[in-house]
Write a protein that binds this ligand. Sequence first.
Ligand SMILES: *Cc1c(COP(=O)(O)O)cnc(C)c1O
Length: 252
Amino acid sequence: MKRKLAENWKRIEQRVHDACTRADRDPSKVTIVAVTKYATLDIVRALVDIGITDLGESRVQEFTKRAAAANEWLRRRSGSGETTQRPRWHMVGHLQRNKVKPLLPWVDVIHSVDSLRLAEDIDAGSAKLDRVTPILLQINITGQSSQHGVAVAAITHLVEQILTLKNIEVRGLMGIGPLTEDPDESRYAFGRIRELFDEIVALRACGPNFTDLSLGMSNDFEYAIEFGATYVRIGSALLEGIDVGKEPVSAG
Ligand SMILES: *Cc1c(COP(=O)(O)O)cnc(C)c1O
């Protein structure tokens, strides 16, 4: 399983690299987040062993369990003299306000902030932990009510409001592309979000570290890279040909 996983990872890295070449972009500016929501704990362990540095989860309960387990493996390993970098953990799924407190001690970047009240809770919790939490604002690009995310028309004002909070830093925008096989539909959605990102920067509505675009999943990440994605979130493509022993859970 580990060898297959390493092969899949290499192939995804190569595809990211090729997409960057076509878009005339530097591949080191695109971070692949390995989304582990379909994976078992064994697979997460193999990912950490392979040396994957950015891991993502979509549900808080799984998130804290896995991040804690990974820390423990690494702690034991460093006891035996090996040093492996601690992975960064990304929260990519919908976040409820009552789950902020258990999440915060473990999370490195929250991709899915979609309201001022949620941002305020993250700010208050981060103040208690004496840290500044990096976040992205999730945009509802397609405008469908089934999608989470801030409405396009509300985003600039929300960025400005969050700027006043001291323990949270808005690093950019996140979007989930439309469920489609049509590349033009994906490109249209990613293009819209890129325009929005550029508008916010041009208006100086954001701080200096507003630099990230989290766009693209297994089926559309190459299009997202064309429009400037700095994070791509890859789940199912990583697990191709690996028996995960359970049905995939739905996007959270
Ligand atoms: C599951 C999930 C992913 C990964 O999706 P794949 O299509 O399996 O690559 C990325 N982002 C979010 C928000 C998810 O919930």
